[in-house]
Design a protein. Sequence first.
Length: 413
Amino acid sequence: EPVAGADLCVVNTCGFIDAAKEESVRSILQLAALKKAGNLRGLIVAGCLAQRFAAELQAEIPEIDAVVGTGEFPRIAEVARTVLGGGRTAAVAPPAYAYDRVLPRLRTTPGYTAYVKIAEGCDHTCGFCVIPQLRGAYRSRPLAAIVEEATELAASGVKEVNLISQDSTFYGRDLAGRPLLPDLLRELNAIPGLRWIRFLYNYPTRFTDELARTMAELDKVCPYVDIPLQHGSDRVLAAMGRGGRRADIVRRIARIRRHLPDAAFRSSFIVGFPGETGEDFHQLLSFLDEIAFDYVGFFTYSQEEGTPAGALPGQVPRAVREERYHRAMAHQRTISLARQERRVGHVLEVLVEGEEPGQPGHYRGRWRGQAPEVDGQVLFRCAAGDPLRPGDLVPVRIERAEEYDLLGVRVTR
């Protein structure tokens, strides 16, 4: 919540899908009302919405004093000084900034976990996506800078790092002409104090056997494979501009599973893409059965201006998109439960996240196959008089599985 009487507020926005844009605009209007009432001196809008709609925002919401695009955030102090001096400005340019060194950061995650960005931008041309327009071309951070940041995080008590970019499997191709993610994982694996390494958002056609072998060889790399696939119908995948087809994806995931037989798999899919027929949707459901993902996120298609898909004929009605979304969710729940039940009887290393309110001796946490916030949790109990702290790593025997969560008891050696 904004603080009335603040000198300055900065709203960092998303401009990708309708729901995110609406949330961003609501936050801006809330702050604009504060400023109009005299309870806020300056208002800056930053991030993707500012990059995409800078002129429109400043024209339609006069309380906005400045906009800062996705590639201009190093100028935020300069922009703030301008606003506090009574000026109005816009810092928006084609995004080209690269994270070439370790910058000071204020972490908003709990002290035991952190996200580390390994690249910015994207070179893919998916028909539904505006991210290349908002974030620019793919730009990998230097490997040494990432290792330096992760080393500092581990020294401060971080046990888990989650590597993120628009496509983590592409990391390093722009620096060395070849994928450097296996090299980066080996460097991170050697950092003292770091216990878990997870990397997210991997393009299916670039997840190589070398990468899967590296994951299997390194003890700190979590057995967690996040591959957003978007659909299970070849016709829809082609219309989306996605690389690879269903048979290719099935073969690739089978190869990954040969290296990582116990890995947890996460994916995401879009329902209601323009031209998606009932048969296409049934192919998506059968694809879910064939692959058997542990965790899946579904999104209803969002028609975005400036994208190839936005101009396609055959836009699916909202009611149909919503109905397919709920059917897909229900279909996947049965699959997720079956996958979760495979863990019953196993002892898993669990990262403690906190004690259950009002239930002494009952805790929640995650095992290596659960990413922060998006997947389920491990709920477990332990003996009285044996307090745990967030960030502790403990063995838990799984006794029961639900669709998303696992339940168990702490093992005492």
